[in-house]
Design a protein around this ligand. Structure first.
Ligand code: E4P
Length: 215
C-alpha cells in the first residue's frame, strides 16, 4: 500500500516528503502548466532532491517512435523516472518496448477493465484508472478499481493499480480496500487523511485533563 502525491509544485512535495509517508509523485501536462515549471527541470530536480520509488513524467508524440524518442531524456535522469503514457494503441506499443527495456511505465487515462487488460499485456508497471473523472460522468470510479483489482488478482498480473483522480478521503480508502496498490493524491487530500472530528474532540479533552493532572 503506497501513497504518491499528484502535483507539480515543489514546495508541496518538500513539505510532505518530510513525513516519510510519500512513496512517489505523479505529474501531468495540466499540473505542470498550472504550476508554470519547466517539465524536464522539475522531474530532474525531484530526482536529485528526493528518494522516491516512482516519479511519473508524461510524454507525447504522434507515433510510438516519437514517444520513445521523447522519453529518452527522462529515462536518462534515473531508474525511478516512470514514463507516463495515455492509453492509446500507439502509446501501448511504446509501453511494451519500454517495459522490455526495464523502464518503468505508467499508463494513464484508464476508464475500463478492457483498457486495463491491454495495459497489463503491454507490461506496464502501473495502470492509472481515473476515479474522480468517472464519478463526474455518473459511473462509479471505485467500482472500476474493484473490477481491475479483481481481474489482476485472478490473472496474477504484475502491473500495479495506481488509483488516480482522487478528490476526497473517502474514495482513497475505498480504492485501497478494492485492490489499488497505490493511490495518488492532491496535497489537499493527503493533508485531510490525518483528520477526524472525533480525534480533535478527544484530543481537546485529553489536553484539558493533562493540564489538571499537572496542576
Ligand atoms: C493522475 O495521474 C492524474 O494526474 C490526476 O490524478 C488527474 O486528476 P484530475 O482528474 O483531478 O485532474
Amino acid at each position: 500500500m503506497k501513497i504518491f502525491l499528484d502535483t507539480a509544485v515543489y514546495k508541496e512535495i518538500k513539505d510532505r516528503y518530510e513525513t516519510g509517508l510519500v512513496a512517489g509523485i505523479t505529474t501531468n501536462p495540466t499540473l505542470v502548466r498550472k504550476s508554470g515549471v519547466d517539465y524536464f527541470d522539475f522531474i530532474r530536480t525531484l530526482s536529485q532532491d528526493f528518494t522516491f520509488e516512482s516519479i511519473s513524467a508524461e510524454v507525447n508524440g504522434n507515433t510510438a517512435d516519437e514517444m520513445l524518442e521523447n522519453a529518452q531524456q527522462y529515462i536518462a535522469i534515473g531508474p525511478e523516472v516512470t514514463i507516463k503514457l495515455p492509453l492509446t494503441k500507439e502509446r501501448l506499443i511504446a509501453c511494451k518496448i519500454l517495459s522490455e527495456q526495464h523502464v518503468k511505465t505508467n499508463v494513464t487515462l484508464c476508464f475500463s477493465a478492457s483498457q486495463a487488460v491491454m495495459t497489463a499485456l503491454a507490461g506496464a508497471t502501473y495502470v492509472s484508472p481515473f476515479v474522480g473523472r468517472l464519478n463526474d460522468n455518473s459511473f462509479s470510479g471505485v467500482e472500476l478499481i474493484r473490477a481491475i483489482g479483481g481481474l489482476y488478482a485472478t490473472q496474477r498480473v504484475e502491473t500495479k493499480v495506481l488509483a488516480a483522480s482522487l478528490r476526497d478521503v473517502h474514495h482513497v480508502s475505498r480504492c485501497l480496500m478494492y485492490g489499488a496498490d497505490v493511490v495518488t493524491l492532491p496535497t489537499a487530500v493527503f493533508d485531510k487523511m490525518y483528520n477526524h472530528v472525533l480525534t480533535d474532540a478527544g484530543l481537546a479533552i485529553f489536553e484539558k485533563d493533562f493540564k489538571e493532572i499537572n496542576g
